[in-house]
Structure formats: structure tokens, C-alpha cells
Design a protein around this ligand. Structure first.
Ligand SMILES: [Zn+2]
Length: 75
């Protein structure tokens, strides 16, 4: 996961929201947010990260499946 506010990877799992969505707390900007659908911005960041570090490493950091990145690449 990436922080939607500052794009930091330094996130802390911060319990569950009422609707069972995972809550995150960003160590960098101190904001709290819940996991949401991947935005176009997130996709672009994920692909840029994959180009820089390799797909496997990017997937570990972002907690997404490698196939997700492959699918985004194809488009
Ligand atoms: Zn942040």
C-alpha cells in the first residue's frame, strides 16, 4: 500500500474500520486512511516502482500480486 496523501510506503496497520476495511496510519504525514480501490495514480506509481525496483520488489512493498502489475502493464 501507498499513502494516498504523500505516497509514502511507511504505513502502520491501524486496526479495522466498522465495515471491515483495513485502516492504515502513515508514519510520514501522520494521516489515517482506509484501503480503497486502486486509483489511476496508484497504478502509475506502482508501474514506476516496478520499473525501478523490479516487479517482485514493488509487489512486496505495495502488497499487491505480481499479476496485478502485469495486467496494468498490458494496457
Ligand atoms: Zn502519508
Amino acid at each position: 500500500m501507498l499513502c494516498p496523501y504523500c505516497s509514502s510506503f511507511e504505513l502502520i496497520l491501524n486496526g479495522k474500520h466498522r465495515n471491515q476495511k483495513q485502516k492504515y496510519f502513515c508514519k510520514n504525514c501522520k494521516k489515517q486512511f482506509i484501503q480503497r480501490k486502486y486509483s489511476e495514480e496508484f497504478k502509475a506509481q506502482a508501474l514506476a516502482l516496478a520499473n525501478r525496483l523490479g516487479t517482485q520488489k514493488a509487489c512486496e512493498i505495495l502488497e499487491i500480486h505480481a499479476n496485478t502489475i502485469y495486467n496494468w502493464r498490458k494496457k
